[in-house]
Design a protein around this ligand. Structure first.
Ligand code: ADP
Ligand code: TYD
Length: 208
């Protein structure tokens, strides 16, 4: 590891339980004496949170996939500079709800094959991967109904519909194979506590 802290991310389709699991893991680690920063993307710093409302609200066709790559990467750069890097440098555990793998999937796959563009911009402007990524794998219909149950205004991607969820699930599983050194796949189709137990076991083993 090239830094003092530990950088953990959660990935998966909308409604798979990432935010819930990230929060439960943070509480568990804090309870066992670790310093934890719980954060999310898009967002996680004041500037990136402003970009968040631009990308998550409004019509599905508000931005092209190419423009989205720039907006998500701009938000990520700010988040990295102001929140993630300082916390890692101070030796903390950073738990982030989504990171660059989400751009590889949502912008890289959803409207044609733009993965090459995503990867180029990532290596130019971000240039780092998490130490470990938990993929919460989940049946797409269940995920979408859970996500829709939240009734918020940030529904731009959910409004792309079930076909996108199916494509993203398959894409994430392929990504877990591609980056098998850092990905761990967890079955999200269970109650929260069972999922959380698996996540805790994986992270505690990594910390030892
Ligand atoms: P995500 O961050 O992946 O979109 P959330 O953690 O926000 O997912 O969960 C979406 C909804 O499903 C929330 O209302 C949450 O309380 C609920 N939920 C999360 N995990 C589970 C689970 N294992 N079983 C049932 N409901 C869950
Ligand atoms: P998030 O708040 O994690 O939503 P959810 O809790 O429903 O999973 O993320 C909001 C949306 O942003 C989600 O539909 C995926 C999308 N997204 C991208 O398209 N690209 C990205 O790089 C990121 C981080 C998120």
């Amino acid at each position: 590891m090239t830094h003092a802290g530990l950088f953990l991310t959660f990935e998966g389709i909308d409604g798979s339980g990432k935010s819930t699991q990230a929060r439960m893991l943070a509480e568990h680690l804090q309870g066992s004496g670790h310093e934890v920063v719980l954060t999310r993307e898009p967002g996680g710093s004041p500037g990136a949170e402003e970009i968040r409302s631009l990308v998550l609200e409004g019509d599905p066709d508000r931005w092209s996939a190419e423009t989205e790559i720039l907006l998500f990467t701009a938000a990520r750069r700010d988040h990295l500079e102001r929140t993630i890097e300082p916390a890692l440098a101070a030796g903390k555990i950073v738990i982030c709800d989504r990171f660059a793998d989400s751009t590889r999937m949502y912008q890289g796959l959803s409207r044609g094959d733009l993965r090459g563009l995503v990867d180029q911009l990532h290596s130019l402007m971000i240039g780092r991967e998490p130490d470990m990524t938990m993929l919460i794998d989940m049946d797409p219909d269940t995920g979408l109904s859970r996500a829709k149950g939240r009734q918020g205004t940030e529904e731009r991607f959910e409004d792309f519909g079930p076909a996108l969820q199916q494509q993203m699930r398959a894409g994430f599983l392929a990504l877990a194979d591609e980056f098998s050194d850092r990905f761990r796949v967890v079955d999200g189709n269970r109650d929260m506590d069972s999922v959380a137990q698996d996540v805790t076991d994986i992270v505690m083993a990594a910390l030892r």
